[in-house]
Write a protein that binds this ligand. Structure first.
Ligand code: NAD
Length: 271
């Protein structure tokens, strides 16, 4: 059995990950972490998710839990500050780390980069097979549809904290790569007022928020007299949770380094 610690365990994704581990052969919940002061601390991770008790109480100190998961992995869906701390703790303990948290700060990204020198680290803005295939399709479409204007629109539920979504950024990066440029060079993240005509080569990225939308992303490739829309709609967080558990099983066996979901899914590098 591969032991797994879930951080952000009482969150929307954390609960789904605990359920997904329960539905996946060969893995087990060995620890569950929440923020200091969280009302769920001390509760059983299983009953918290509507499952039979797992005998794993929610704790708030990752360093204490990590010795339980030698040879296993941590799955993190929390906040950028918590992810940064998890990167340091996992590197110190020699435990693989799967990160789904988005909106990562530069310091969190740097901590993950350093951790990748001593442990396997996988960061994915999106764990679904469909989105990872979409990234390759978007890069190819941008490459072939020369001269078409490129825009990305995403919609998420009204509790989401970061914007645009990590997946929207990944999609825009894929479009940029298809055009031989980068998002820092081409990205436009807001339009308001007298912005002037659209520059050719811009990649617009816009975020909508509302209700309980799990996550929808569309890459628009807009030409003269025609346009192509590549859309992915997630209808359940379970897809992401099962993808993260699959990633953890795969990552626990890897050498130290940085990985992404395309490595797990065996997708060719199209971007
Ligand atoms: P959420 O707010 O429901 O859950 C986050 C949880 O993290 C909360 O329970 C919070 O108390 C906990 N937390 C905060 N500080 C902590 C700490 N120091 N240690 C442990 N836990 C801590 O949010 P969510 O919808 O579950 O999303 C979490 C993150 O995952 C977000 O960044 C979101 O964008 C991202 N996300 C990624 C994917 C993907 O496929 N990569 C899919 C969905 C969500």
């Amino acid at each position: 059995m591969i032991p797994i610690i879930v951080t952000g365990a009482a969150g929307r994704m954390g609960r789904m990950v605990i359920q997904a581990i329960g539905e996946t052969p060969g893995v087990q919940v060995a620890g569950a972490l929440e923020r200091p002061g969280a009302p769920e601390l001390g509760q059983d991770a299983g009953t918290l998710c509507g499952l039979p008790a797992l005998g794993v109480a929610l704790g708030d100190d990752l360093a204490v839990l990590l010795p339980r998961v030698t040879g296993g992995a941590v799955i993190d869906f929390s906040t950028p500050a918590a992810t940064e701390r998890a990167a340091l703790a996992c590197a110190a303990a020699g435990v693989a780390l799967v990160v789904g948290t988005t909106g990562l700060t530069d310091t969190a990204k740097a901590a993950l980069e350093r951790a990748g020198a001593s442990i396997p680290v996988l960061v994915a803005a999106n764990f679904s097979l469909g989105v990872n295939v979409l990234l390759g399709l978007a890069a190819e479409a941008a490459r072939q549809l020369e001269g078409f204007d490129l825009e990305v629109v995403e919609i998420h539920h009204n509790k989401k904290r970061d914007a645009p979504s990590g997946t929207a950024l990944a999609l825009a990066q894929a479009l940029a790569a298809g055009r031989g440029t980068t998002l820092p060079e081409a990205g436009v993240f807001a339009r308001e007022g007298e912005v002037g005509a659209r520059r050719s080569g811009e990649i617009g990225v816009m975020a909508l928020r509302g209700g309980d939308v799990v996550g929808e992303h569309t890459a628009f490739l807009i030409g003269t007299g025609e346009r192509v829309e590549l859309t992915h709609r997630a209808t359940s967080r379970a897809t992401f949770a099962h993808g993260a558990v699959r990633a953890a099983r795969w990552l626990a066996d890897q050498r130290p380094g940085r990985y992404d979901m395309r490595d797990v899914l065996g997708l060719t590098r199209g971007r």
